[in-house]
Design a protein around this ligand. Structure first.
Ligand code: ADP
Ligand code: ASP
Ligand code: MG
Length: 262
C-alpha cells in the first residue's frame, strides 16, 4: 500500500465529464489498496474569469479581496469531485486550504506555505477516505485566505506530499509528460522519461508552466518523488523527476522557451 498525492490541473477538471474521469482514476488507485490525497485546480478558464470580474470593479484589485475571490474556483471543483467519488461508492471529503490548515505568510496573491497540519488528513486516510484538497490556496495567521501565485496548485500538491511523506506525487495535466520544450509550440519536442530536478528547475525558471517553479523547489528541498502524467490517457508512465544525474535514463536537451501563456 502506498500513499499517493494526485494533483489535477484545470483542463483535467474542466467539466462534469472530466471530473467523473478523475473520480474513476482515483477509484482505480483506491481499488489497488492505496491511500489517495487529491489536489485540484479550478476548472480551466475560471481563475482568469474571476480576475477579469475583479478588474471590472477595480483596475488594480485589492490583493486580499482578490484572493478571497479567486480561491472560490478551487472550492467548486473539490466539492464536485467529492460528490463524484461518493457516487462511485467511495468515502471522500473535500477541504479548503484553510480547513487543512495550509498556513502561509500574508503575501496575498503570492503567499508562501509555512506549515501544513497533516494529522487530520492522516486520520481521514486511515478511515478509508479519499482526501480532496483545494489547490492554490492557504490561510495566514490572521485567518485571511491567501493564494500561492498562478499555477500554485502544483505547489499545494508537492507540499502536501512532503508533509504526508507520500510515496509519490503525481501531477496530472493535458500533456503526457515533460517534453524537451513546449510540445504545443514545437511539434518536434520529445517526451522525456526522466528529467533531473535541476533540469526541471531550469526549465521552470525559463518560463515553462508545466510545473510551477515553487513546486519544483519544494520537491527538491523535501525530496518528493514527482511524476508528470496525462489525465487524458489510461496508460503511460509520464515523466519522473529524478534527483541524481545517474538516474537519468536519457539526457535531456533542454531548450526552454521564454513564454508564459497565462
Ligand atoms: P494544468 O492546468 O494541468 O496545471 P498547465 O497549462 O499549467 O496545466 O501546464 C501544462 C502545459 O504546459 C501543457 O499544455 C504545455 O503546453 C505546457 N508546457 C510548457 N512547456 C512544456 C514542456 N517542456 N513539457 C510539457 N508541457 C509544457
Ligand atoms: N487555478 C489557479 C490558476 O489558474 C491555480 C492552478 O491552476 O494551479 O493559476
Ligand atoms: Mg499549471
Amino acid at each position: 500500500m502506498a500513499l499517493i498525492v494526485q494533483k489535477y490541473g484545470g483542463t483535467s477538471v474542466a467539466n462534469v465529464e472530466r471530473i467523473r474521469a478523475v473520480a474513476e482514476r482515483v477509484a482505480k488507485f483506491k481499488m489497488l489498496g492505496h491511500q489517495v490525497v487529491v489536489v485540484l485546480s479550478a476548472m480551466s478558464g475560471e481563475t482568469n474569469r474571476l480576475i477579469a470580474l475583479a478588474k471590472g470593479i477595480q483596475a488594480q484589485p485589492d490583493p486580499r479581496e482578490l484572493d478571497m475571490l479567486v480561491s472560490t474556483g478551487e472550492q467548486v471543483t473539490i466539492a464536485l469531485l467529492a460528490m463524484a467519488l461518493k457516487d462511485l461508492g467511495l468515502k471522500a471529503k473535500s477541504y479548503t486550504g484553510a480547513q487543512v490548515r495550509i498556513l502561509t505568510d500574508n503575501a496575498f496573491t503570492k503567499a508562501r506555505i509555512l506549515s501544513i497540519d497533516e494529522a487530520s488528513m492522516r486520520a481521514d486516510l486511515d478511515s478509508g477516505h479519499v482526501v480532496v484538497v483545494a489547490g492554490f490556496q492557504g490561510v495566514d495567521e490572521q485567518g485571511n485566505i491567501t493564494t500561492l501565485g498562478r499555477g500554485g496548485s502544483d505547489t499545494t500538491g508537492v507540499a502536501l506530499a512532503a508533509a504526508l511523506k507520500a510515496d509519490e506525487c503525481q501531477i496530472y495535466t493535458d500533456v503526457d509528460g515533460v517534453y524537451t520544450t513546449d510540445p504545443r509550440i514545437v511539434p518536434e519536442a520529445r517526451r522525456l522519461k526522466t528529467i533531473t530536478f535541476e533540469e526541471m528547475l531550469e526549465m521552470a525558471s525559463l518560463g515553462s508552466k508545466v510545473l510551477q517553479i515553487r513546486s519544483v523547489e519544494f520537491a527538491g528541498k523535501y525530496k518528493v518523488k514527482l511524476r508528470v502524467l496525462s489525465s487524458f490517457q489510461d496508460e503511460g508512465d509520464g515523466t519522473l523527476i529524478t534527483f541524481e544525474e545517474n538516474d537519468s535514463m536519457e539526457q535531456a536537451i533542454i531548450s526552454g522557451i521564454d513564454l508564459n501563456r497565462h
